[in-house]
Write a protein of this length. Structure first.
Length: 509
């Protein structure tokens, strides 16, 4: 019911809140006093359909002026269109074409080109998202009222990633030509003027929030024990991480080869083919031979230390990976408690109130998980910036009110995840008070224990990362490796000549 890696939280009576307050005070003290009692009722709405603008479009629009006003209000609540000059907004609204469709009609086909394409805004009704004729899992499989779609293909000149089919009986939507849409956005006076920057944020959002069906959302690629597959990998590999160092080392080696050839008056390889350096030359026989002897001694020590270091690094990775999986398991357990303890109809189906509650907590859950990993993983860190938060709001991962609260909080950006964590707690508490969730002592205790277990689980990840290696040990390894690499061009030239350039690249790698 609660899709994706969803943490969920809850507690009921005052003594529950007091217990969690004490628990969180050590790590979230700055958040609780500043934002502990903001108007929570204003942030529970699910971003899909119950945003404050959800009632802007009535079933019938009185006149054209009302229609224009309502469109402007909807656009104003989407951060994608904020900071656009008034003239550009007016041009954007004037260019919108009103369209209607019925259930089963297709608005966009997967794989279609975006040349001369459109961006769409749903006024009334809903649409289904399909990839390879399969509906994308919730919450990405349904587009509801006031949602914009088709913008990413237009912005980045990509083919359509999914098929959009009308889900409701009737659909009222607006479309605008892609060229006009891009022209309007180009006038924004925001920090995210650069389309490349926005695309970077979108790519990360697709990775961290996408499903396997949509955007191939995989944070860690599954291992495939195949030689051809391993040779094809680049992102996240040692080659990608060390490519700049490798090129720098090879460039330094090439410069030294040129210097040595000029000093010793020996021909270059393209003049007479490969000829090993003359060991009788004073430069080779004296200084470089001494360096080679020391370098070979250091080679043995460096190889041993690095072997041990790689082993410890792998163990560290395994510990973090295990903790991550444990957190996911705790999230699933917490979600299961909520789903199995909400009030149901006589036939066992969810009541509208329970369905709404689970959707709201699920949305806060996903937001918590995204912001938590944005605070821990460098490649996701842009999501906790103002640009990243605004783009997540425009992509439907949070409501405009949630965005406003996050931007107004007096907290470091790497602590923002405590906000949706608290929202999940308070919303679950409210559900118990409203009779949507069972409120007996046993249920409360089980949910609180799962929450505390979840909190301890994700807190341990940060502790593991911060204390991964003793400083003295890491410094020793760094100095040892740096000096070994630094003298490699000089030492390897003695026997390899020009080929030492290639050998240095392999050593650095």
């Amino acid at each position: 019911r609660l899709v994706g890696p969803n943490p969920v939280d809850m507690f009921r009576p005052l003594y529950f809140i007091a217990a969690v307050w004490i628990c969180l005070s050590s790590t979230a003290a700055a958040f609780i006093p500043a934002r502990g009692h903001v108007s929570h009722n204003s942030i529970w709405q699910h971003t899909k359909s119950t945003s404050p603008s959800a009632l802007l479009f009535s079933s019938t629009i009185a006149n054209e002026n009302d229609e224009e006003l309502l469109i402007k209000q909807v656009l104003a609540e989407n951060s994608l269109f904020k900071n656009i000059p008034a003239g550009s907004v007016a041009t954007l609204v004037d260019a919108l074409e009103r369209k209607t469709a019925q259930r089963g009609e297709v608005i966009i086909y997967q794989g279609d080109s975006c040349i001369d394409g459109y961006v769409y805004l749903i006024a009334e009704g809903s649409c289904r998202v399909l990839v390879d004729n399969v509906t994308v899992p919730e919450p990405y499989g349904i587009l509801d009222q006031n949602e914009v779609f088709g913008d990413m293909g237009i912005l980045y000149d990509e083919v359509r990633a999914a098929t959009i089919m009308v889900e409701s009986e009737d659909l009222v939507y607006y479309q605008i030509a892609g060229d006009l849409f891009k022209a309007a956005l180009s006038g924004r006076s925001s920090p995210m003027k650069s389309l490349e920057k926005m695309q970077e944020v979108d790519d990360i959002i697709n990775t961290i929030s996408g499903t396997n069906t949509l955007y191939d959302g995989k944070v860690i690629s599954a291992y495939q024990p195949e030689r051809t597959w391993l040779w094809q990998q680049y992102v996240g590999t040692v080659l990608k991480i060390s490519r700049e160092t490798i090129l720098l080392g090879m460039a330094a080696s090439a410069l030294f080869v040129i210097f040595a050839k000029l000093i010793t008056n020996e021909p270059f390889i393209w003049e007479s083919g490969f000829i090993p350096p003359d060991h009788a030359n004073p430069l080779i026989k004296g200084l470089l031979s001494e360096i080679l002897t020391i370098w070979k001694i250091q080679q043995t020590l460096t190889t041993f230390v690095l072997t041990f270091f790689v082993n410890q690094s792998f163990r560290f990775w395994g510990d973090v990976y295990k903790s991550v999986r444990e957190v996911q398991g705790k999230l699933s357990s917490f979600n299961l408690l909520l789903v199995t303890n909400v009030v149901r109809s006589a036939d066992g189906s969810l009541t509208p109130e329970a369905d709404k509650f689970l959707d709201e907590v699920g949305q806060c859950t996903r937001l918590f998980h995204i912001l938590f990993w944005a605070s821990k993983a460098k490649r996701f860190s842009v999501l906790k910036s103002e640009e990243g938060l605004k783009r997540m709001e425009s992509r439907g991962l949070m409501s405009s009110k949630q965005l406003g609260i996050l931007l107004g909080m007096d907290l470091p950006s790497d602590k923002l995840f405590y906000a949706p964590l608290e929202w999940m707690m308070v919303r679950t508490n409210q559900a118990a008070d409203e009779g949507v969730l069972m409120s007996d002592t046993a249920t409360k205790g089980s949910i609180l224990r799962e929450y505390m277990s979840l909190r301890n689980g994700f807190a341990s990840i940060g502790n593991t990362i911060e204390g991964r290696f003793p400083l003295a040990y890491v410094q020793f390894v760094q100095i040892l490796v740096d000096t070994f690499v630094l003298f490699a061009p000089l030492a390897l030239y003695v026997d390899l000549g020009e080929y030492s350039v290639i050998a240095v690249g392999l050593v650095v790698f």
